[in-house]
Design a binder for this molecule. Structure first.
Ligand SMILES: [Zn+2]
Ligand SMILES: [Zn+2]
Ligand SMILES: [Zn+2]
Length: 239
């Protein structure tokens, strides 16, 4: 947190050095990025991601979108327009705020960088079935994504029953668990544990953590539950 000197912000543990919430899903050499976080450039360089073949958006909040311009670096290499996917409410805000990304901007010499696709149900990318999972994030909708036995649910404070039905049998669950204290638009750790109790995944990983939560506290989590950290690699069961 800028300007903060709390024990987590000044911790020597590299797992307490957190960039914004985002994941890359690799499927047969294709890289699907979920969200274009404010830290996208540093994350892509750090993890040596060679190209991005598609982007899925969860919701239009700045921390999940405002690194979008740095995708242009990949465009310089592969010269392809990158397809991106999201629900209508999310894509409307992003294409309104970043019209030059989708339409290009001749006066600046910018070619279109991304091509939007609206989703409203399961779809396939590179042979991988992707199930959007509608979530509640305070006053706006957010979209979780299920890939086989793995689900990534970020930025939510509630899961509608119809979405719970889409999550049956998930074995690895990566889920928002912001902090200990309650928040109006995020699950706190207690709320995320309630979801884990209900879905009973083999492995649950808590993400989008704030500086209220030292990584070392993970030792107090129940068996099968752990904290995420930057650079965490999850080997999926479907390969
Ligand atoms: Zn702090
Ligand atoms: Zn967020
Ligand atoms: Zn958010």
């Amino acid at each position: 947190m800028v300007g903060c000197r709390c024990p987590v912000c000044s911790s020597d543990d590299p797992r307490d050095k957190r960039s914004r919430a985002s994941i890359v899903v690799e499927s047969c050499g294709n890289y699907i990025l979920v969200d274009t976080s404010t830290d996208l450039r540093r994350q892509m360089i750090r993890e040596r991601i060679p190209h991005i073949d598609a982007v899925l958006f969860t919701h239009p909040h700045a921390d999940h979108v405002h690194g979008i311009d740095d995708l242009r670096g990949f465009h310089f290499i592969h010269k392809r327009v990158i397809p991106c996917y999201g629900e209508k409410e999310t894509m409307d805000v992003i294409s309104g705020n970043f019209s030059y990304i989708f339409k290009g901007l001749a006066s600046a010499g910018y070619a279109p960088l991304m091509e939007p696709h609206l989703i409203s149900g399961p779809f396939k990318l590179f042979g991988l079935e992707i199930v959007p999972v509608p979530l509640v994030h305070g006053t706006i909708p957010s979209t979780g994504y299920r890939f086989g036995d793995f689900a990534y649910l970020t930025d939510l404070n509630a899961i509608p029953e119809t979405s719970m039905a889409l999550l049956g049998g998930v074995e690895v669950l990566l889920i928002d668990a912001l902090r200990y204290t309650p928040h109006p638009s995020h699950l706190n750790i207690e709320g995320a544990l309630r979801v884990v109790q209900r879905l009973r995944p083999k492995r649950a990983i808590f993400t989008h953590l704030t500086h209220e939560v030292p990584y070392a506290d993970g030792i107090r989590l129940p068996p099968g539950v752990e904290f995420a950290y930057d650079g965490l690699v999850i080997e999926p069961a479907w390969e």
